[in-house]
Design a protein around this ligand. Sequence first.
Ligand SMILES: Cc1cc2nc3c(=O)[nH]c(=O)nc-3n(C[C@H](O)[C@H](O)[C@H](O)COP(=O)(O)OP(=O)(O)OC[C@H]3O[C@@H](n4cnc5c(N)ncnc54)[C@H](O)[C@@H]3O)c2cc1C
Length: 753
Amino acid sequence: MAFASWRRDYLSRPIFRWAKTALPGLSATEREALSAGDVWWDAALFTGHPDWRQLLATPAARLTAAEQAFIDGPVQQLCAMLDDWRINWELRDLPPEVWQFLKAERFFGMIIPERFGGLGFSAFAHSEVIRTVSTRSVAAAVTIMVPNSLGPGELLLQFGTEAQQSHWLPRLADGRAIPAFGLTSPEAGSDAAAMTDRGIVCRGRFGDAEVLGIRLNWHKRYITLGPVATVLGLAFKLSDPDGLLGGPAERGITVALVPTDLPGVSIGRRHLAAYQMFQNGPNWGRDVFIPLDHVIGGPEQVGRGWTMLMSALAAGRGISLPSLSAAGAALAARSSGSYARIRQQFGIPIARFEGVQESLARLAGTAYLLDAGRWLTCAGLDQGRKLAVISAIMKSCATYRLRAAVDDAMDIHAGKAVIDGPLNYLGNLHRATPVGITVEGANILTRNLIVFGQGAIRCHPYLLQEMLALEEADQATGLAKFDRVFWRHVGHSLKTLGRAWGRSWTGGLFAPAPAGAGDLASHYRQLGRYAAAFALAADLALLTLGGALKRREMLSARYGDVLAELYLLSAVLKRYEDEGRQAADRPLVDWCLATGLATIEARLDEIYSNLPSRLTAGLLRLVTLPLGRRRRGPSDRLSRACADLLTSASASRERLTSGVYLGQGEDGLALLERAFTLNLEREPIVRRLRQVGETDWRAAAERGLLTAAEAAIMAASATATERVIAVDDFAPEALRPAQPERPAAAATPEAAE
Ligand SMILES: Cc1cc2nc3c(=O)[nH]c(=O)nc-3n(C[C@H](O)[C@H](O)[C@H](O)COP(=O)(O)OP(=O)(O)OC[C@H]3O[C@@H](n4cnc5c(N)ncnc54)[C@H](O)[C@@H]3O)c2cc1C
């Protein structure tokens, strides 16, 4: 007891005083963002000592029979109705029958419980639907995503009053109401909290009655589904200058439902987002009056908009774009493997060139890893967690890796993917990738500021508690709380130092691996080794840089990359286990680990080269990278093995690309699949002919060296290959624009008035 009070007064008090000046206070927005959402496996990694049993005990994401039936039924029907070329270049919208089908089959109500007329799907089922539709049409996938993520559905489910839920959710579920979510304004993009959109509490007429409500003035842009929305989930800053609500005049960011047919609402103009013709556009309101009960959650949620948004984003951000990205990577991998097998140059399939194999290996590894991450994240979400940091990791990593994957696929296809037209199955995806990188938290900001910036505070076992203790209004209470947490933190740091040292100096040999890990044990051990190194490096950076770490975005991004790699590589191991250890997929697991661990070492090395405290950097280097950077990524042999999985009719190829919609009839992708299959049948015939010195199959047929069936295969294969290699061309008159391309007027409220 005496020691405790001595420690508090003589050790903790000066540290408490120093920390109060060294660490910046939390802004109200930051405090709200930090309180939204949950941590999970990210926090386990942050301890430096993840318990693999916890990861492996997480039930694998699975579909129910009803969810599977939806994917086999309406999702396949929808895909058959979609044609991105027609949507983007001819209709510039989804066809009316597709809109109707989406509403009738409740695609907009996947997250809405059945009791409100929705489908009540799990996060995984929702993700699977987005995955398949994305491989057919980006425009359709984005159209489905919005109502199922930030569109007011999720906000209403989490925060809506009973009356709001029973009015709006059935209408959103069956498409009678089309939602859009309005946060971004011209002056406030990434810094959305800086919006100038205002609401003033006042009395006004709504219908026949005079009620307490809000007069709104706003200008939003980039709003997906905005031009066709019947209800906006609008974020604005609320003031109550006359004190009609009681309490302070400035009430903060608030989110309300604004029916778009109210007087004063201007909606309907369109942006063209990377020529993806999902509905997107600006909107604005002039003195639009809504009753107070239009605030989502009612008057109690006035001013809580930012927390609500962060919480809703924690779910949607982990599903929509990661699913689209994993799907895109799978499509890029499958099509590139097939194309590389049938396309010949210099007399052999381009799949045999090592340069092409290197790109194919990246495609296969990326497709495996992104789906692994998606599965694990959905498993976490389906346990009811709102994964704030993990969803930021998934969103930024998946969209960046999709872009890299599509670039690889474009390089392999070369002219075939560059020339636009209905036969091109990659060009549109290539155009679309920057959209995912920009939306739901632009990637540079997410990688540099959110993943580690938020992750360190949320996932660190003690940091947030320390920060909250420092913020306590009452000094004595703050000091008492700080004293309790700080010394536990010190104990944790010392343990982490010992752990990181021991694991690094023994090459991870004695780091824990789960029982039964078998030949995967070394992968678990390496992850444990780098998790400990990361935890130590993070702790020392927080200690030496304090609040300044927030401004050192380049450092923060590298820490974020290490955390992201640890998460994704854990997901890879989990996937391998959940799929029953498919031996044929082992090269993919090894490739992911080799690539990811090399990235982790590179980032740690870069961190140590740039930490301002050279003493800390030297200590970290000595403890965690005693032999310097040793990992150089996958070997050429491993890359070749991964590439082979894509260029042959392997079970791995099917697992990697399950759920990819492979087209029908004369679609480019369907033609490719057919040519690939025929090519596999053709190759043994070609080999046999070569053995007898014949390279021309037609001559061989004439010489009677082929059976009729073999000749038919050769002919069909030649025709199918020709059709795949073909690209579109257009009559010049077909390319003349039907209407002027430049907008007649700038889309601003001022121009419109
Ligand atoms: C097709 C499309 C659909 C969209 N749909 C919606 C929607 O439905 N509803 C809605 O409300 N919004 C929507 N948005 C808006 C989207 O969320 C914003 O575009 C996004 O927040 C980025 O804002 P900005 O484009 O103005 O970029 P800016 O904020 O101007 O950012 C420019 C660059 O600076 C970087 N940056 C900014 N701040 C920092 C920082 N502190 N550290 C490091 N880097 C930083 C960003 O990462 C970005 O790379 C959509 C946008 C697009 C393009």
